[in-house]
Design a protein around this ligand. Structure first.
Ligand code: F6R
Ligand code: MG
Ligand code: MG
Length: 375
């Protein structure tokens, strides 16, 4: 049976800064998705969050870019926005850039990662939700997972992974997508994805046609859609695991290294990616550091399955992978790096380079200063 997992996410207002959604926003989104289950638009769902972003994780049979599923997500975010307005939350409705839904939420503000696949006998799915950073934050871990045998030993040991993967890369500047055949074209691909301002990995596909898509990232950028800074394009990546794909442990290992990513305060800085649990994902140090949360569930027929005793749509308990003490190592290292980076204040390269600042409010400050102070 073919199923689609979609994560449509948005920041539609948050509590006391850009910190966390209010429970009433989450409940409002759940009520809309519950109706979506009743009407048959989706099979199942789970609402989650990282920092100030609400994630609508949905399971359905309508394929990628299905208008009725996107509309449902749009309605859920509208409902969460109404709650934000009533409660006077900060930046209510921030990521909803249009007034009326027009067929597809792409280009309307929310981030979208979705993949359709033929369900295998057992189907573990991991959702990586990141706050205060860009889609390109996933470039480094995805290269390690799908193209580095020093990380994914399955690339050497498992015959079904031995021939490698295809990786699609989006050029944020020109809008083009490039496909690379890994490992043969690894160096060519690295020439692009090493530039985390311009290029983002968008999709990973198994060379085994019976498996299909291995991972997807919400690569479209909000600021590029709006033409100005309207909040960071906090991304999500979805990855399937095991049986001819990287094991869940291989999906998680790269996050033990808190690599530097663009984003953080005002989307204008460079900081380490801090892995943590859902509950620990409130950005508290200089609106960060940028966070990544990994939650896992099984897909079984038309349901998600988590740790809950009796699975019911929307009431799952996903595995919260970074909650454990193992990842204290990465968190401690991340905080040392975060403090070190912050010691540079507004000086590059803790502050982002020019091209990335193009969409921020620094542009108008610069224009005024350059004009007014010229001698
Ligand atoms: C980053 C983010 C925050 C805000 C910052 C300033 O994605 O959302 O770091 O940029 O708190 O917010 P404003 O301009 O709304 O006061
Ligand atoms: Mg925000
Ligand atoms: Mg956010």
């Amino acid at each position: 049976m073919k199923v689609t997992v979609s994560d449509i996410k948005a920041d539609v207002g948050s509590l006391a800064g850009h910190v966390k959604p209010h429970i009433r926003q989450i409940k409002a989104a759940e009520r809309v998705l519950e109706e979506g289950v009743k009407s048959g638009t989706i099979y199942d769902y789970q609402v989650s969050r990282v920092g100030d972003d609400i994630h609508l994780v949905m399971l359905h049979g309508s394929g990628e870019e299905a208008s009725e599923v996107h509309r449902l997500a749009w309605d859920a975010f509208r409902a969460a926005t109404e709650e934000a307005k009533k409660l006077g939350l900060y930046a209510a409705g921030q990521d909803l850039l249009k007034d009326a839904f027009s067929g597809n939420v792409k280009g309307m503000g929310p981030g979208v990662a979705e993949m359709e696949f033929e369900e295998r006998r057992a189907e573990p799915v991991v959702i990586f939700m990141a706050d205060k950073t860009s889609p390109s934050a996933f470039n480094l871990p995805l290269v390690r997972i799908y193209a580095d045998p020093f990380y994914t030993s399955g690339l050497v040991i498992d015959e079904r992974m031995h021939s490698g993967f295809y990786i699609d890369v989006l050029d944020q500047k020109e809008g083009e997508v490039y496909r690379f055949n890994l490992p043969e074209e690894l160096y060519d691909m690295l020439a692009l994805v090493g530039d985390v301002v311009r290029f983002s990995i968008k999709r990973v596909v198994s060379k085994d046609e019976s498996i299909g898509t291995a991972a997807v990232v919400s690569a479209e950028r909000l600021s590029h859609i709006a033409g100005k800074y309207v909040g960071k394009d906090d991304p999500v990546a979805i990855a399937r695991g095991q049986s001819g794909l990287p094991a869940v442990g291989e999906l998680l290992q790269p996050f033990m290294f808190p690599h530097l990513v663009p984003g953080w305060m005002r989307g204008s800085h460079v900081g380490p990616l801090y892995p943590c649990s859902v509950n620990d994902s409130n950005p508290t140090f200089f609106d960060g550091p940028p966070r990544v949360v990994a939650i896992g569930m099984m897909v079984k027929d038309k349901s998600f399955v988590g740790e809950e005793e009796n699975p019911a749509p929307g009431h799952h308990v996903p595995v919260d992978y970074f909650a454990g003490k193992e990842f204290d190592y990465a968190r401690n290292l991340a905080m040392q790096i975060a403090v070190y980076m912050r010691s540079h204040g507004p000086i590059m390269f803790e502050r982002l380079p020019e091209e990335e600042m193009e969409y921020t409010t620094l542009k108008s400050v610069l224009e005024r200063v350059l004009k007014g102070k010229r001698r």
